[in-house]
Write a protein that binds this ligand. Structure first.
Ligand code: BGC
Length: 364
């Protein structure tokens, strides 16, 4: 790794020398985006996916305000219409002359053409929260550690089962996120790294027998899709007196959908995990219904993205803290990962103490 870094530094230095030898600013478009800098007041594009969870909704204003305060022109777009809308938005950001484009991809594998256009125009591309796959036209990744999120969810499920359902064995079901979102498989792999040994040693049984990512994924992260699948499982596997003890859910929206399904089937609320610290789920946790969620403070993630933009603006290389985990199929994308936190009723007050929206929910 060190050798590589040195070689990279040498290459950049050689490129810089060659450029200065040409003596031309014309050459600068060819130069690495991260070293040339750009004017304050430049356009920064932020392409967000659909509003499939509260974190995306929060990100919109945080980006607008943060970029505004930083002196940039912000172009923040949602793509509620789907992949082609997001492709068009990114293309338009390139045409409008954005210097950096921050992308929360709907489908991480479908942006190759637009991001290549961005790269050709000298735009720096930062993948935000979700990795962009199968292209070398992505420069950085900023996100919470997705594998860790999954591990924390798996462990919370085990802890919750022990605390609420006594000693095992336990019957559970698994839910994963949308297959087009690169995060979904990583969350699932993280959780299964904890749960699989317990399935193998029969502490856990997956009642429906559905254990592969493909079987348990939820298209579009849509609550209705998770609920439909759970309804079918409830009326099949759990029609009689079979108890369902726990559900691995990858986020809060799907956790609430799964709980609705179980309730409608007339069964006791199982131990259900989540992610995102959505207001409704935090309330549910405090009432003793949903067992856990994950805190991934959106403010911190947006702030860090803007720190990266500031670095790029000044011609500095943004700081990264992971250069091995996120191989997008073409390159390992240098990443800055933040630490997710597990939240249950026991530690909610402590974890949310500085969060103006969530802290009040943990009192009284
Ligand atoms: C995010 C999660 C979110 C999900 C659905 C994922 O990519 O990391 O926080 O729950 O998308 O919006």
């Amino acid at each position: 790794m060190k050798k590589f870094t040195k070689a990279a530094v040498a290459l950049v230095a050689a490129a810089a020398l060659a450029l200065s030898a040409c003596g031309g600013r014309e050459g600068s478009a060819q130069q690495s985006n991260s070293t040339s800098g750009f004017d304050k007041g430049s356009l920064i594009g932020v392409a967000l996916p659909q509003k499939t969870s509260e974190n995306w909704v929060l990100a919109e204003n945080l980006f607008k305000d943060g970029l505004d305060k930083g002196g940039y022109k912000a172009d923040v777009q949602f793509a509620n219409g789907g992949v082609s809308e997001q492709q068009n938005q990114i293309q338009a950001m390139v045409t409008k002359g954005a210097k950096v484009i921050i992308v929360g991809a709907i489908d991480g594998s479908q942006l190759g053409t637009q991001l290549k256009a961005a790269k050709d125009a000298g735009v720096t591309v930062i993948a935000y929260d979700r990795l962009v796959k199968n292209t070398d036209a992505v420069d950085y990744y900023v996100a919470y550690d997705n594998f860790k999120v999954g591990q924390l969810q798996g462990q919370a499920l085990l802890d919750g089962l022990k605390a609420r359902k006594g000693s095992g064995p336990y019957t559970i079901e698994l839910i994963a996120g949308s297959p087009d979102d690169a995060n979904s498989q990583v969350f699932f792999d993280g959780a299964m790294s904890v749960l699989k040994p317990k399935i193998d040693d029969k502490t856990l049984t997956v009642g429906s027998g559905q254990t592969t990512f493909q079987q348990v994924a939820t298209q579009g992260w849509k609550a209705e899709n998770a609920q439909k699948r759970m309804d079918t499982i409830m009326s099949g596997t759990y029609a009689g007196s079979t108890k369902l003890d726990g559900i691995l859910s990858p986020n809060d929206t799907l956790a609430r959908a799964a709980m609705t399904s179980v309730k409608q089937a007339g069964k006791d609320v199982p131990v259900v995990t989540g992610q995102d610290s959505e207001v409704e789920s935090v309330k549910s946790i405090m009432e003793g219904a949903q067992y856990s969620t994950i805190y991934k403070d959106t403010t911190a993630l947006v702030q860090h993205s803007i720190v990266m933009v500031d670095d790029l603006q000044q011609g500095k290389k943004p700081e990264v803290n992971d250069e091995k985990s996120y191989d997008n199929g073409v390159k390992v994308v240098p990443a800055y990962l933040l630490e997710p936190k597990i939240v249950t009723k026991d530690n909610a007050a402590e974890v949310y103490k500085d969060d103006k929206t969530l802290a009040p929910l943990t009192k009284g």
